[in-house]
Design a binder for this molecule. Structure first.
Ligand SMILES: *Cc1c(COP(=O)(O)O)cnc(C)c1O
Length: 371
């Protein structure tokens, strides 16, 4: 069986380094907010090309605490509207509603899967305060246009970069476009810890300072609490693990692009629609291929055929946030593109330790499918 993602083979490439990083933390006696975290924050900020990085407990909190910090700074208040893509992982929306802000769902462009700027313009009104573009599946949203819309309408931009470490346009990376960005280091992300972890990145010193306090009980000085914060910290073990893996991220992205290129060039089946990257200058332009998503009107049949050929696949995502029971208030919304995508998309295996024979097998099985 070709797995969808093989995390153990990916992490075992660095087994010795990971174990000595963990041993270093065990021996240090410092397990929260120590040198590993400070070093990782600096290294990841440098990688993204921003001034500040604040490690937090997970990707959801990276988004959540940024919005919270803006509320605490008076830039946002409960009931304000936040524009989010209609096809995203639920975390993007949870961060909004956790802060009692109002999500305004906007349909994506079906070719890029990312939020469509023409639809953003349609929903902006005096209550709109924030846009959260998601760099879905590893492809940068149309940030030049989104930043222009935000500037014209005085909106804040929070990038959901959980799937897009290292993606960029013209050398400017995910995380370096908006007022702030949230990253996840969930194990399956392109830069994954061995547990939960996340980070906020920003060039805004006052936002960085606030998020830093909020993640740690609203405290700037031990036992002094200026804000009502939470406990959401990136612990030393995970920071040390991420420091081992960060230097290999670009090489992994290169391999991901190579596999994606093979799929794009070799999968030829009129019942499958491959991602359209014709708007990008090259395969290496913006996309880091966190997930390789294809569309088919025969999705369930294709997946069954792949399964019978020994190939795992997944659906990202089978139910759009506004169709989830958790958001039943939004069920009557009509978001045709999100609804079309949730019933036609599925994802092929793509991970850096995939062997070329496995890639070829996926291609063969895709090409052999007939409804
Ligand atoms: C994974 C993910 C998150 C949340 O990250 P966690 O670390 O799992 O909390 C947020 N947004 C998107 C788009 C994601 O894929």
């Amino acid at each position: 069986m070709i797995p969808f993602l093989d995390l153990s083979s990916m992490n075992s490439r660095y087994r010795d380094e990971l174990i000595s990083a963990c041993a270093r933390v065990v021996d240090s006696g410092q397990y929260i907010a120590g040198e590993e975290l400070a070093a990782f924050e600096q290294e990841f900020a440098d990688y993204c090309g921003v001034k500040y990085c604040i490690g937090v407990g997970n990707g959801l909190d990276a988004l959540n605490l940024t919005l919270r910090a803006w509320i605490l700074s008076g830039l946002l208040k409960a009931g304000d509207e936040v524009i989010v893509p209609s096809n995203t992982y639920i975390a993007t929306v949870l961060a909004v509603t956790e802060n009692r802000l109002r999500p305004v769902f906007v349909d994506p462009d079906p070719e890029t899967f990312n939020i469509d700027h023409k639809n953003i313009e349609k929903v902006i009104n005096p209550r709109t305060r924030v846009i959260i573009p998601v760099h879905l599946y590893g492809r940068l949203a149309d940030m030049p246009t989104i930043m222009d819309i935000a500037a014209r309408n005085r909106l804040l931009v929070l990038e959901d970069a959980a799937q897009a470490h290292g993606a960029g346009i013209g050398g400017r990376k995910a995380g370096a476009w908006g007022n702030a960005a949230g990253f996840s280091f969930y194990p399956g992300k392109n830069l994954g810890a061995l547990g939960d972890a996340g980070a906020v990145v920003t060039d805004d010193s006052s936002l960085a300072e606030k998020v830093k306090a909020v993640r740690n009980y609203g405290s700037r000085q031990k036992y002094h609490h200026d804000l009502q914060g939470v406990n959401s910290r990136l612990d030393e073990i995970q920071a040390a693990i991420l420091r081992v893996k960060l230097p290999y991220l670009d090489e992994d992205i290169r391999i991901r692009r190579e596999i994606a290129q093979t799929y794009l060039a070799s999968i030829k089946n009129r019942f499958l629609t491959l991602p359209d990257i014709s708007a990008e200058k090259s395969i290496a332009d913006s996309h880091v291929w966190h997930i390789f998503v294809v569309r088919s009107d025969y999705r369930d049949q294709v997946r069954k055929h792949l399964d019978q050929s020994g190939i795992a696949s997944m659906i990202h995502y089978p139910i759009a946030p506004h169709c989830q029971p958790a958001y039943s208030d939004y069920q009557s919304l009509k978001l045709p593109m999100a609804e079309y995508l949730q019933s036609t998309v599925f994802s092929l295996p793509l991970f850096p330790t995939m062997k070329s024979e496995q890639v070829a097998e996926v291609v063969r099985a895709c090409n052999a499918f007939k409804p």
